[in-house]
Design a protein around this ligand. Structure first.
Ligand SMILES: Cc1ncc(COP(=O)(O)O)c(C=O)c1O
Length: 448
């Protein structure tokens, strides 16, 4: 086999960092584990990339794909339908909260976010508010990499090379309670303040210009910020007051990740649009979706009306067949209930790590956690840029992997280790994660 660096251009990868070393090459998966080309086993602490929710090695999902490809490999959803897309749309509509009944399939998350922004703009153009085009999202939030989705993303480091981006993407504070400058001792007051920041941004920009607010149920980037109590309730009120659409970006947070099919259900709010992808097929084929309320489709139901948007592979028959088989597995094994039953144990196991001096905060919900690393627990002092580089990029990522745990050491916000194992994970896996983290983080502390 050719060297991985000869022709393959890996995503978000410092290619030069592999000039001397070997690229980790994963060849097989089973359950919560994957194996590399040398036969070494790793616990998949990130479900690939928040994707493989049902776990690896499910031959029934592979068989569903093969069967569909044999029957009808491809047909577009452009003025035509195929049975698996019809069936899957119906199935999804039955699981979504409220009247989120209209399913627009894409191939992934960025496309779903892109479609949601386009729908918000087109909807207001057709309902007499043509100047409503702007979107609000949170600092450090990741919403994808296509130009629209990247504009909504709040990470300057992955945007600057591509400026100027799409105009009208406004940023507001995120819900990082651990580092909250305001109301740092009162989660409810903090939640109210953070939600009201959205209202203030709408006022500043002009309510007639703002179309939508994009929020993840638990913000991933920056290290798993769950919403403070009352946050989404207040955001919903603000969106209603200003006629702004609430988009719940659940590319990670749906399909059981938070112990419900949808994160909005977990936190009890009603979005106007849900964007999803990843776990919808558990990664056995690529698929995403923008799920809109009945109200948002209405203006497009006139005789000549049309949402002028589409992608060739959106709602690919093979992907839809796999998603249906995946949801069968979810129902049969009650994977969502399994997360609810085990999430406290997962949290409790990770919280054992608080006895390490480097562990500042353990936060998240369901099977979705971030562990923030600090230089000083009492003052919450974080690492300098150079220390972060040395610790996360230079040591932790590799050391954790070598110790048998695939997860993510991320410093796009403050330095965190992120965990999102397949939803089949149970106590033995939590223990293994905790033990590997304990060993490697203890060593990391000595390297500072
Ligand atoms: C919240 C959120 N939105 C959008 C995306 C983009 O999805 P994709 O990589 O499938 O385009 C991601 C990817 O991680 C995400 O986490």
């Amino acid at each position: 086999m050719a060297n991985a660096t000869d022709h393959l251009w890996m995503h978000f990868t410092r290619m030069a960092s592999y000039s001397a070393g070997e690229v980790p090459t994963i060849v097989r998966g089973e359950g919560a584990y994957v194996w590399d080309a040398q036969g070494r086993r790793y616990l998949d602490g990130l479900a690939g990339l928040f994707v493989v929710n049902a776990g690896h090695g499910r031959t029934e999902l592979a068989e569903a794909a093969a069967k569909q490809a044999g029957e009808l490999a491809y047909f577009p959803l452009w003025s035509y339908a195929h049975p698996k897309a019809i069936e899957l749309a119906e199935r999804i509509a039955a699981l979504t909260p409220g009247d989120l009944n209209r399913i627009f399939f894409t191939t992934g998350g960025s496309e779903a976010v892109e479609a949601a922004w386009k729908l918000a703009r087109a909807y207001f153009k057709r309902t007499g508010k043509p100047n409503k085009y702007k979107v609000i999202s949170r600092y450090i939030a990741y919403h994808g990499t296509s130009m629209g989705a990247l504009s909504i993303t709040g990470l300057p480091g992955i945007k600057s090379d591509f400026e100027p981006l799409v105009p009208g993407a406004i940023k507001v504070p995120n819900t990082n309670f651990y580092r909250a400058p305001e109301h740092g001792d009162d989660p409810e007051a903090f939640g109210r303040w953070a939600a009201d920041e959205i209202g203030r941004a709408i006022e500043r920009e002009g309510p007639d210009t703002v179309a939508a607010v994009f929020l993840e149920p638990v913000q991933n980037s920056g290290g798993c910020f769950p919403p403070p109590p009352g946050y989404f309730e207040r955001v919903r009120e603000i969106c209603d007051a200003y006629d702004v659409l609430l988009v719940s970006d659940e590319v990670i947070c749906s399909w059981g990740r938070l112990g419900e099919y949808f994160g909005a259900v977990r936190y009890g709010y009603q979005p106007d649009i849900i964007t999803t992808a990843k776990g919808i097929t558990s990664g056995y084929a690529p698929l995403g979706a923008m799920i809109a309320s009945d109200r948002l489709m209405e203006p497009f139901l006139t005789e000549t009306g049309m949402f002028a948007h589409g992608v060739t592979f959106g709602g690919h028959p093979v992907s839809c067949a796999v998603a249906l088989a995946n949801l069968e597995v979810f129902a049969r094994e009650d994977l969502v209930g399994h997360v609810r039953a085990n999430e406290d144990a997962f949290r409790a196991t990770l919280e054992k790590l608080y006895d390490l001096p480097i562990v500042g905060d353990v936060r998240g919900d369901g099977y979705f956690y971030g562990i923030e690393l600090v230089k000083d627990k009492t003052t919450r002092e974080t690492f300098t840029e150079a220390e972060s580089e040395r610790l996360l990029r230079g040591f932790l990522s590799t050391a954790l992997f070598q110790a048998g745990l695939y997860c993510r050491a991320d410093d796009r916000g403050d330095p965190v280790i992120q965990l999102a194992p397949p939803l089949i994970a149970e106590q033995q896996h939590f223990d293994e994660i905790e033990q590997i983290l304990r060993t490697v983080l203890t060593e990391a502390w000595t390297k500072l």
